[in-house]
Design a protein around this ligand. Structure first.
Ligand SMILES: C[S@@+](CC[C@H](N)C(=O)[O-])C[C@H]1O[C@@H](n2cnc3c(N)ncnc32)[C@H](O)[C@@H]1O
Length: 220
């Protein structure tokens, strides 16, 4: 389904964690965007595993908080039966994600251009975060100059997500990939990890937050 007329480009060896499948998938994006993939977009194997952890059945609605060019949503929708919405504050990335979804006829994906602070979490069952706000406090992770950045925004966005997740009902699922998981409030328990603990599944319970135990590790 995801094909491109562009010829394959090889990535440097140091970018070892991106598989050949990523090189193939990323060709669906223009070169300037696929070049960012190694650092800024989730790898294909992570997208597949995260989507499997989040989607319980065909009625599950997943929100990708900061979806970039839509890689996680596209892979999630083509490998599970769930519905995927991506919200992205950078216009050019949101537009690209919408174009790819339309041109590749990807089912069950909506891409919304906007700020996470404008999204009603109550219309979703599950959430995915790959370090969406880190570039505000780590200049080396800056994607481009298209968006205002700063430590105050890191705090605002992180607190907003924490507050929204706090209001969600028990059994709400969140998957985080990398990062410090500062967006996860008390009441969520890490029940599985994968890929050397970089991928974590959190489920809201009625009890206070607990540390993430390796004994719960999910076998890939
Ligand atoms: C590290 S990328 C991850 C992209 C995608 N989720 C993935 O896993 O491939 C984080 C994205 O979050 C977006 N983002 C950051 N803050 C945001 C906000 N407040 N609202 C919406 N999107 C945001 C950034 O523009 C960036 O595209």
């Amino acid at each position: 389904m995801l094909t491109s007329s562009l010829s394959p480009r090889l990535l440097p060896d140091s970018e070892f964690f991106h598989s050949r499948r990523d090189q193939e998938f990323d060709q669906v994006f223009p070169e300037a965007i696929s070049r960012l993939s190694v650092r800024h977009w989730s790898p294909v194997h992570v997208c597949r595993a995260a989507a499997r952890l989040l989607v319980v059945d065909a009625s599950t609605r997943v929100l990708d908080i900061g979806c970039g060019p839509g890689k996680f949503c596209i892979i999630g929708a083509t490998t599970t039966k769930g519905h995927f919405t991506g919200v992205e504050r950078r216009s050019r990335l949101a537009r690209l994600a919408q174009e790819v979804v339309r041109e590749q006829n990807v089912p069950r994906v909506d891409i919304v251009r906007g700020d996470i602070q404008e999204v009603d979490f109550g219309t979703f069952d599950a959430f995915y975060l790959f370090n969406p706000f880190q570039e505000n406090i780590m200049p080396s992770l800056r994607i481009d100059d298209d968006a205002e950045l700063g430590p105050h925004l890191y705090t605002d966005y992180t607190m907003h997500v924490r507050q929204q997740l706090t209001r969600m009902p028990a059994a709400t699922r969140v998957v985080t990939y990398c990062g410090a998981c500062a967006e996860i409030p008390a009441g969520y328990v890490c029940v599985k990890t994968a890929f050397n603990d970089t991928l974590k599944l959190w489920i809201k319970t009625a009890t206070p937050n607990q540390p993430c135990h390796a004994s719960h590790r999910h076998r890939d």
